[in-house]
Design a protein around this ligand. Structure first.
Ligand code: ADP
Length: 667
């Protein structure tokens, strides 16, 4: 029975033009023989070998293996046939350079599902058979050409195939070595079918048992044709498929990764860059929003919720007055915002705005006083701003000037500035060191927070700047554009002058400020309180300029306010003002009660606070505080309601959109 049969086999290649590589070749091979295929270059020898070895597919005809037609073979069948029945030997050996001789042989068995130990034993045996027992741990480049070809033959033999296909196995070898290889193949052919493609007719004639010649794809001679081939019965039978255990596959992959270190590293780096990129974007956007949340929580929560007596405009949405008619001023009018309705309102702005003035009552003060008891965890501090005006004299070198701390002229105008201090450079700080230090850095050596009423701080902006107007107010007229921190820290340059000294009463009972000519005398007398600058505050880098609630200039303690209130309340001018319907300085009648109240407040005769500042501990705390304040308004008439302002919320709204925009950009 023929081992292999080629029946009317045809093969052409189409690469633009069609080349017929094999034309109607019919040929049968015996179980054991050494067949040499000869022919000039391009006659189709390699093509035939590739078709026999299942490396390529014939166009028409058939290849019959052990009596089985391959017409219906699937890829898996071809794989099984190649792996189990064929051993290949090539002209250029096809050894893996970075693996040892032993590994090169073992690798042929990785697809046959053999255990590692058996693989090793069989590889050693195959290498011993080809005379290379000594060289198993060498790398291919340490071997001669003949030795490398022996390794290739050992590798071809190790799976114990029925057929050895050799393509010009001596093509790259000298004649002596070629002879050794031919002898080896001849030996092999005693038990197997060896089909060899060669140019070397002489060697072929000497060593092979049969010579087949091709020319232009056609079989032209066969020295020992197989005659009874046609009698063979062709059956359809499948070969068992190739198997590789999971561990073999894993080990092979691992070994492969290790041996291709360079490529593995580059692939890893390239892969990592992609992964890192994605991770980076995610980390950045998460980090950014975390950062913003932290900034909001840390810094924004430091800003107080303020309830002041100042008039405010409150705008409400289109639906506010519909329904029960009860207006809740402090609750944000969410209804009607971002509507999906198909609507555009034509609205009268004035009709949608309420002018509201908070009127402080004892009831409200009591209500706010309880906030620290009701919400102990949510409130850091409650402070009250006083309308009392400090009389200050400032000394710089030899000049002494009045440092005005309030808008004494148009008393009606006084408002916004008076407790936020913008433009006045004279501001009370929250009675909460922790809060101050969470928003501001103390800069300059010796800089510290005030401990007593007579200690004040200087606030600069993030560039260490204060407006020129501040220096002019201090009586500094020189054109110097910068000073040293130490020109201020530790210096005493302000003095609080009690009302009784600052205001002089004339015979008509009217009061007037001391003339400028007496400033020096009263600065130097013992009464009053000298103020020492004990430190300089600058907004923290992590905080944002818009969150700094202290404006550049002086800031002073609540203790100082208490001192001023105390001495002012008992002053002659305060008592006189209380008992008069006229302004005791300007000698004009008050037009409104509010105007009189302001005058009393300014002179310390009325000690009701002008504003309440509530400092929440954190974000949640702020919500709780607002809820608490909202609750007060429930069910009250519009004019009784108390409206608070929350600077942090405006800032937060601005930031909210920044965060989402940044995240979008990053993603
Ligand atoms: P030999 O091995 O006898 O030198 P080959 O079998 O390699 O000849 O080639 C036979 C013919 O088929 C040649 O004309 C060759 O150019 C052509 N041929 C071989 N392989 C291919 C291929 N993959 N694509 C196109 N043409 C091929």
């Amino acid at each position: 029975m023929a081992k292999l049969q080629l029946i009317h086999m045809n093969k052409s290649y189409t690469n633009g033009e069609t080349v017929v590589a094999l034309k109607d070749v019919s040929l049968s091979f015996r179980e054991h023989e050494f067949v040499s295929i000869l022919g000039p270059s391009g006659c189709g020898k390699t093509t035939m070998l590739n078709l026999i070895g299942g490396l390529d597919r014939y166009d028409s005809g058939d290849l019959i293996i052990n009596g089985v037609s391959t017409k219906e073979f699937k890829d898996a069948d071809w794989d099984a046939y190649r792996n189990q029945s064929i051993g290949f030997v090539f002209q250029n050996y096809n050894l893996i350079g970075h693996q040892t001789v032993l590994q090169n042989v073992e690798i042929a068995m990785t697809l046959s599902g053999v255990s590692a130990t058996e693989r090793r034993n069989r590889a050693i045996k195959a290498l011993t058979d080809v005379g290379l027992a000594e060289k198993i741990d060498k790398k291919p480049n340490q071997l001669s050409g003949g030795q490398m070809q022996r390794v290739a033959i050992a590798r071809a033999l190790v799976n114990n195939p029925d057929i050895i296909l050799a393509d010009e196995p001596t093509g790259a070898l000298d004649s002596t070595t070629s002879i050794q290889i031919m002898e080896l193949l001849k030996e092999v052919s005693k038990e197997r079918l060896v089909i060899m493609v060669t140019h070397n007719g002489e060697l072929a004639k000497e060593y092979s048992s049969r010579i087949v010649q091709l020319l232009d794809g056609k079989l032209i001679s066969d020295s020992k044709p197989m005659v009874d081939a046609k009698a063979q019965k062709v059956e359809k039978k499948k070969l068992s498929r190739t198997s590789m255990s999971f561990f073999t596959a894993a080990a092979l992959s691992y070994k492969n990764l290790l041996t291709k270190k360079g490529r593995t590293i580059i692939t890893s780096i390239a892969g990592s860059i992609g992964i890192i990129g994605v991770a980076l974007v995610l980390a950045l956007s998460t980090g950014l929003s975390d950062y913003m949340t932290r900034v909001q929580e840390d810094s924004l929560s430091g800003l107080p919720i303020t309830i002041s007596e100042q008039a405010q405009e409150i705008e409400f949405g289109p639906k506010r007055h519909e329904g029960n008619g009860m207006v809740h001023l402090t609750q944000i009018d969410e209804e009607g915002k971002y509507t999906d309705e198909n609507i555009i309102y034509n609205y009268d702005k004035n009709a949608n705005v309420i002018q509201h003035t908070n009127v402080f009552t004892q009831e409200y003060f009591d209500y706010v006083d309880q906030i620290k008891t009701v919400l102990p965890d949510d409130v850091r501090a409650v402070s009250y701003s006083q309308g009392v005006q400090a009389n200050l004299l400032a000394k710089w070198d030899d000049s002494i000037v009045k440092f005005s701390t309030g808008n004494t002229e148009g008393t009606e105008e006084e408002g916004e500035e008076s407790h936020h201090g913008n433009g006045l450079y004279w501001q009370e700080m929250a009675d909460n060191d922790e809060l101050i230090l969470s928003l501001y850095d103390l800069i300059g050596e010796e800089s510290r927070l005030p401990e007593k009423a007579n200690e004040v701080l200087l606030v600069v902006d993030e560039y260490n700047r204060i407006d020129t107007a501040f220096f002019q107010k201090l009586g500094i007229t020189s054109e110097v554009s910068s000073y040293k921190l130490t020109d201020f820290i530790g210096k005493t340059m302000l003095k609080v002058i009690p009302n009784n000294i600052f205001y002089q009463q004339d015979s008509d009972g009217l009061f007037s400020e001391v003339p400028v000519s007496e400033y020096e005398t009263i600065y130097n007398n013992n009464e009053g309180m000298e103020l020492t600058i004990v430190g300089v505050l600058r907004p923290k880098e992590s905080a944002n300029a818009i969150m700094s609630y202290l404006s550049p200039g002086f800031i002073y303690t609540t203790d100082l306010t208490n001192y001023i209130v105390e001495q002012a309340a008992q002053s002659d001018i305060a008592i006189a003002q209380k008992n008069s319907d006229k302004d005791v300085i300007l000698n004009v009648s008050f037009t409104t009660d509010a105007a009189k109240k302001k005058a009393l407040l300014r002179l310390g005769a009325d000690t009701t606070p002008t504003a309440i500042n509530i400092y929440p501990t954190d974000y949640q705390g702020k919500d709780a505080v607002k809820q608490y304040l909202d609750d007060y308004n429930t069910g009250r008439a519009e004019e009784e309601q108390m409206v608070y302002s929350d600077i942090a919320q405006e800032v937060e709204e601005a930031f909210g959109s920044i965060v989402s925009n940044h995240s979008l950009t990053l993603i």
